[in-house]
Ligand binder design. Structure first.
Ligand SMILES: Cc1ncc(C[n+]2csc(CCOP(=O)(O)OP(=O)(O)O)c2C)c(N)n1
Length: 270
């Protein structure tokens, strides 16, 4: 995909996220902005998926383990043709399933319900093992987690299992923005040596920018011939794209005022 298209898609996605969260006065805008480029790279470059055949037996599977970034998943599904903008217009509306944490089956392409941190990777490892047992050899499983989420013990149980079962069809992506809901990860439980931890558990680890198109697609796209799960540690900025939201923990839970909405839109469009 040409670089300009990548940038355009990222802007469209951020504008839809902003619109949905501003309208509903809901939260997690910083968490959503953090993963936009990762999603564009996965959905437009890396994954074998088809919005016209969402149940294909050999499709790749994306698991949003940090399910609080639901609106980012809705926005990439709109951008890649899985659904129309109703999900953005009706986000969090009564009578819909377009919730603040994703619900499996609410839209084609949402493969699991998530939101309780630490649950996505155990499910992803099960799916990866299932694909091996089924001899579904082309299928790859991609699981996106937050760095704060790695505080959960279940992440490490699942990692041990994935290494033991030689799940080289599993890619774990860490959105490493060094922030959590209430502060900096470094001050809560430091994950500064996350790459070393995953290596010590037996994974292949690559570190990359989480916003640079070339770096991301290279890290995600290379074939992994090591018989080990692949971990991509993507360095990101929480709130990326809007100056007053970047690296500010406030924007985990806050939603923009009228003035902040106008300012954010202006920055995204400039
Ligand atoms: C098991 C569990 N505990 C607590 C929460 C509340 N919670 C939602 S988001 C969040 C912070 C997550 O931080 P991180 O994984 O780094 O995500 P990001 O900063 O990118 O949003 C917390 C504690 C939760 N959803 N699930």
């Amino acid at each position: 995909m040409p670089y300009d298209d990548f940038k355009k898609r990222a802007v469209n996605i951020r504008k839809n996220i902003l619109r949905a969260i501003y309208r509903t006065k809901n939260s997690h805008i910083g968490s959503c902005f953090s993963i936009v480029e990762i999603l564009v790279a996965l959905y437009f470059e890396v994954m074998n998926i088809n919005p016209n055949n969402t149940e294909a037996h050999n499709r790749d599977i994306f698991i949003l383990s940090k399910g609080h970034a639901a609106v980012a998943l809705y926005a990439i599904l709109v951008e890649s043709g899985f659904c129309d903008t109703t999900v953005i217009d009706k986000y969090a509306a009564d009578g819909t399933q377009f919730a603040g944490h994703v619900i499996r089956g609410s839209i084609p392409g949402i493969e699991i319900s998530s939101g309780s941190l630490g649950h996505g990777l155990p499910i992803a490892t099960g799916l990866a093992l299932g694909a091996k047992i089924d001899k579904n050899s082309n299928r790859k499983i991609f699981c996106l987690m937050g760095d704060g989420e790695c505080d959960e013990g279940s992440v490490w149980e699942a990692t041990m299992f994935a290494v033991q079962k030689r799940l080289d069809n599993l890619t774990i992506i860490i959105d490493f923005n060094n922030q959590q809901g209430m502060g900096e990860s470094r001050e809560i439980i430091s994950q500064d040596n996350l790459a070393d931890k995953f290596r010590a558990f037996g994974c292949e680890v690559r570190e990359t920018s989480g916003h640079d198109y070339m770096e991301l697609t290279t890290a995600l796209g290379r074939s992994n011939n090591s018989s080990r799960p692949l971990v991509i540690i993507a360095k990101t900025t929480k709130g990326k794209g809007v100056s007053f939201m970047e690296n500010s923990v406030d924007w985990h839970y806050k939603s923009p005022s009228d003035e902040q909405y106008r300012q954010a839109l202006k920055e995204l469009e400039s």
